[in-house]
Structure formats: C-alpha cells, structure tokens
Ligand binder design. Structure first.
Ligand SMILES: C[S@@+](CC[C@H](N)C(=O)[O-])C[C@H]1O[C@@H](n2cnc3c(N)ncnc32)[C@H](O)[C@@H]1O
Length: 242
C-alpha cells in the first residue's frame, strides 16, 4: 500500500455513529456507503497500489497453510490480491471476498486461465454474516481487514462467523494496526479506537480486543511487524479454532 493517503473525500462519519449510537441525521448507512465507495474508487483508480509482491503476513500464511495442508482458504478484504495470488500459486484454493468489486475483478484478471480454477470471488460486506456454510474452510486470512471501519461489536460478530465457517483445527490469520501505531490518536476521533485520516477509517487494536476476538479459538501467536514507510505498525494474529 502506498504510504500517502489518497485524496480526502467527503465522509459522513460522526462519533455517535461509530460509538454505537447512530443519529438520525447521520447514520451508520451513510458511513458504510462512504467507506465502501472510498475503497471501490481507490482500488479502481490505483491498480497495484499495494505492489505485486505478497506481504509479509501473506508469505507467512502461505507457509503455514501449505505446511498443514489447509487447502480451502477464505480471504476477507482481499483488495487487489497481492496475497491471494501467492496462495493460488502455492496451489491453495481461495475464496476471495471484499466489498469493493473493482479489486476482485483485478484478482480474477491476474489469476488468468491457469490459476482461476483455484479461485472464487464474492462481493461481501463483513458487517453481514458470511455467506458460506458451517465448516466450509480450512483457513481464514485477512490482512488489514479487521483494522477497517468496524466497531468492536462488529469485529466480535465477524470473529464468531469466521469460527462458524472454519473446520475445527482450522487457522485464522489476521492483521490489524494497533495502539502503538504513530497514527493512533491522530485525525478524527470516532470513538472505540477508530480514527479517520485522509478519508480512511482505521480501528487501532488493543490486546483486550485481540483477546475478545479469540473466543472459541486458541490464540497461538501475536507478532508485531511494520509495513510501508509510515510505517504502519501492525500485529499479525494467529489463532486456531478449537
Ligand atoms: C487496507 S485494504 C487491504 C487489502 C489487502 N488485504 C492487502 O493487504 O493487499 C482493506 C480492504 O478491505 C476492504 N474492506 C473494508 N471494509 C470492508 C468491509 N466492511 N467488508 C468487506 N471488505 C471491506 C477494502 O475494500 C479493501 O480492499
């Protein structure tokens, strides 16, 4: 991802909205629509904005999933697919989801005829229940999706959904920016550790939130790492469905 924020676009975010007290004049629907459109237009205008190479957690997840033969992978917030393509090239089956269709179209094009038999895509907003049956995946991967404009309660509901669609013993690897990030506390304070900067809303994680999302999972590892020149400071969280 580039280290400069794309141009600011108008948003309709209020503290009350994200704190769980929607106001009639400026409700959650407006916020969701603004962020989704922001991502859709950004991903479409800037192909390859994250680069062509897999991310550090993407390489780690490829190794972990391959080593344990966790071949049915659900990816949330796949973006333009820098990690999706690494999974496909390793022979893993990937169901890539994102609420921005523009990124998913780029992944399909990049996969081409050779890798597309391993790829499925679904446009999906993770605020809604996952549109998959129970125990239909061996692994779940989400790089910088959990750290988006999602309240703690929405994240807990999402983690519960991930638990539902994973096989027992399945792995979930996700990343999130945390409260040690230099951007934490800057920009517009939306409550619940969410801040808006340059039109993007980020949820900065605490250890308590990581622990809350691990309900029903064994928390195997939390690794701190940095990405980009800002740098973004993130945690890579690995947890296994018990
Ligand atoms: C920071 S980007 C990361 C993309 C990709 N994982 C990567 O690292 O290259 C976050 C992605 O999450 C998607 N996203 C944000 N909120 C979402 C939501 N509520 N439901 C589904 N996708 C969402 C965005 O469209 C964007 O593609």
């Amino acid at each position: 991802m580039s280290d400069t924020h794309p141009p600011r676009e108008p948003t309709t975010i209020t503290h009350a909205t994200l704190a769980g007290n929607p106001t009639p004049a400026d409700g959650a629907a407006g916020l969701i629509a603004a962020q989704r459109e922001h991502w859709q237009s950004t991903l479409t205008a800037r192909p390859g904005m994250y680069g062509a190479e897999p991310s550090q957690p993407g390489r780690y997840a490829t190794e972990r999933f391959s080593a344990e033969q966790l071949t049915r992978v659900l990816e949330l917030g796949a973006g333009q697919g820098r990690d999706t393509l690494a999974f496909l090239r390793a022979g893993l089956h990937v169901h890539a989801t994102d609420y921005a269709p523009g990124g998913l179209a780029q992944i399909t094009a990049e996969a081409g005829p050779e890798l597309s038999p391993l790829l499925a895509t679904t446009v999906h907003d993770v605020r809604q229940p996952l549109p998959f049956p129970d125990r239909s995946f061996d692994a779940c991967y989400a790089h910088m999706l959990f750290t988006m404009a999602l309240s703690s309660d929405e994240l807990a509901a999402l983690a519960s959904e991930v638990h539902r669609v994973l096989e027992p013993g399945g792995l979930c690897i996700y990343t999130a920016r945390h409260t040690g990030d230099a951007d934490y506390g800057t920009g517009r304070d939306l409550g619940d550790n969410l801040y808006e900067n340059g039109g993007f809303v980020v949820h900065f994680f605490t250890q308590a939130l990581v622990d809350r999302l691990a309900e029903g999972f064994a928390l195997e590892d939390i690794t701190a790492f940095e990405e980009g020149n800002l740098p973004r400071r993130l945690w890579q969280v690995t947890m296994r469905r018990t």
